[in-house]
Design a protein around this ligand. Structure first.
Ligand code: MTE
Length: 305
């Protein structure tokens, strides 16, 4: 694994970041502060505490990435996405809706104040991080479009721009990147539209200007650089399902009991720990079972992987 060095001016030193968090926490406020252009809601209630695990260093969260539009190596997204233009940017919400809407990122950020959520992040490849995301519950945005009774699933489409995204010139995946959720999953309060991380604007390599986070599912469900959200009647086929349906199912819930065809999912490697650190147990639904297990009552999660 080769990691690129980040310019020190671009990093909030971890100590400063942690002290700031402690100060804000003591004040009953836990949120980022450096996100000047964003409207951040400060509320202790909006904070999801991650008490058991250490927050991943910013440098790993922003240099060890998956973003195939910018290359398939872990350091490629950081290396190749710096000049990617994300302004202006619009998202359209359409399909089975009463009101098709198109909003700019600035309108979205002003309409829906961002809050900080510290979430575990588990990649299907067997590694994990803990990241303080900034964002707002996706349901707030989705409700604006007023989905009809026919809407059963939500399809997310990332940007298609092979001029700027060299990875899209190769048929590695079915471009543009597509993902999907069942409507109740998309509307779940844990599902976040992400606008930033570590109290800062979202870096390009992490999916600027808007990406998804669904913390109880493997990381590939979290589409980056989203331009369209469409309510649909039938289960959408994601780019990963199309690439390899027996490896990547629609649900993709984190599940230590269901192995990937080529490796076990029982444990995970914590990014940022030294190479000799033991792997840790992976938790069902990535530890969010209390919040989300009821969504799958009566479903066979081995079949619906
Ligand atoms: N979104 C797009 N558009 N393209 C991608 O290649 N990779 C996915 C997901 N979203 C991907 C994407 C995968 S496999 C993972 S693990 C996460 O983004 C990685 O998010 P991170 O780089 O912020 O950790």
């Amino acid at each position: 694994m080769k990691l690129n060095k980040f310019k020190s001016s671009e990093i909030t030193p971890e100590k400063v970041y942690k002290n700031r968090r402690k100060f804000l926490k003591d004040m009953g406020i836990v949120t980022g502060t450096a996100l000047l252009s964003q409207n951040i809601m400060s509320s202790a209630l909006s904070y999801t505490p991650e008490t058991e695990r250490k927050i991943t260093d910013y440098k790993y969260a922003t240099t060890y990435n998956n973003y195939y539009e910018f290359g398939t190596g872990k350091s490629d997204p950081h290396k190749n996405s710096q000049d990617f233009i994300t302004k202006p940017w619009e998202i359209t919400i359409d399909g089975e809706v009463e009101k098709k809407i198109t909003l700019s990122v600035d309108e979205i950020i002003n309409m829906f104040p961002s809050e900080e959520r510290v979430y575990r992040f588990r990649c299907v490849e067997g590694w994990s991080m803990v990241i303080p995301w900034l964002g707002f519950p996706l349901n707030k945005l989705l409700n604006k479009a007023q989905p009809t009774s026919k809407a059963k699933y939500v399809k997310f489409t990332s940007v298609f721009d092979p001029e700027q995204m060299k990875g899209q010139r190769f048929p590695v995946l079915d471009w543009p990147y597509k993902e999907g959720l069942r409507i109740d999953e998309a509307m779940h309060p844990l599902t976040l539209m992400v606008t930033g991380l570590y109290g800062k604007e979202l870096p390009n390599q992490n999916g600027a200007p808007l990406r998804l986070i669904v913390p109880w599912k493997y990381g590939f469900k979290s589409a980056k650089a989203i331009v369209n959200i469409s309510f649909v009647e039938k289960m959408p086929t994601s780019s990963w399902m199309k690439a390899s349906p027996h490896e990547y199912g629609f649900y993709s819930n984190v599940n230590p009991n269901v192995a990937h065809p080529r490796w076990s999912q029982a444990t995970e490697r914590v990014i940022g720990e030294n190479v000799f650190a033991p792997r840790i147990q992976t938790l069902m639904f990535n530890g969010y079972g209390d919040e989300v297990a009821s969504l799958y009552d009566g479903m066979d999660l081995r079949k619906n992987y």
